[in-house]
Design a protein around this ligand. Structure first.
Ligand code: URA
Length: 211
């Protein structure tokens, strides 16, 4: 089975910020800021294929033929709760996007995702969706979240995470071969507790300071 198109963003700014994010001594305030900044920078690449149309504007000097975004609308869908940390960053790049939320958690015994909340934009069938979660670990939550979104017939779906691993990429590629994956790193592996190694720990706890 072929893997989905996986885009690993090796831009120096992203990689530098990711190193700070991984450091266990980075506190919640800085961690939150870094997640948001990385999401913002990744959004730049994940929206590279948005179409443009030519328009004319008057500059103080002359009329310029120039370009504006055209014809496609976006929706960002963070997976609760860690995905929320990425929303400010992506919205700072695409302020007109709508935001839906999907609440899933991993059952600590089975590691299977359990859905407890879902609220999506009513016009999602007219939108390109980017699902957000900082960690692509087992892939279970991403797969389930994308299945929920697919039932609403969006124009397309991309998945954006910060740290991925081979197990998560494989599982997501098998379940949703049509979904492009954008990440800042593909780490070594999952450990037996479902954590990415070396990863950055529990993203939700580190964003919200709950541990
Ligand atoms: N979720 C996290 O927050 N961290 C991991 O390493 C895996 C899943």
């Amino acid at each position: 089975m072929e893997e989905n198109q996986v885009f690993i963003m090796d831009h120096p700014l992203i990689q530098h910020k990711l190193t700070l994010l991984r450091n266990k001594n980075t506190g919640s305030k800085e961690f939150r800021e870094l997640i948001s900044e990385i999401a913002m920078l990744m959004c730049y690449e994940a929206t590279r294929d948005l179409p443009l149309k030519e328009v004319e504007v008057e500059t103080p000097v002359a009329v310029a033929r120039t370009k504006v975004l055209y014809g496609r609308k976006l929706a960002f869908i963070p997976i609760l709760r860690a995905g929320i940390g990425m929303v400010d960053g992506v919205l700072s790049m695409v302020p007109a996007a709508k935001v839906g939320h999907i609440g899933l958690y991993r059952d600590p015994n089975t590691l299977e995702p359990v859905e407890y909340y879902s609220k999506l934009p009513c016009d999602i069938d007219e939108r390109e969706v980017i699902v957000l979660d900082p960690m692509l670990a087992t892939g279970g939550t991403a797969i389930d979240a994308i299945s929920i979104v697919k039932k609403k017939n969006p124009k397309s779906i991309k998945f954006m995470c910060i740290v991925s691993c081979p197990e998560g990429i494989k599982a997501l590629s098998e379940a949703h071969p049509d979904v492009k994956i954008y990440c800042a790193a593909k780490d070594q592996k999952l450990n037996k507790h479902g954590y990415i190694v070396p990863g950055l720990g529990d993203a939700g706890d580190r964003i919200f300071g709950t541990k």
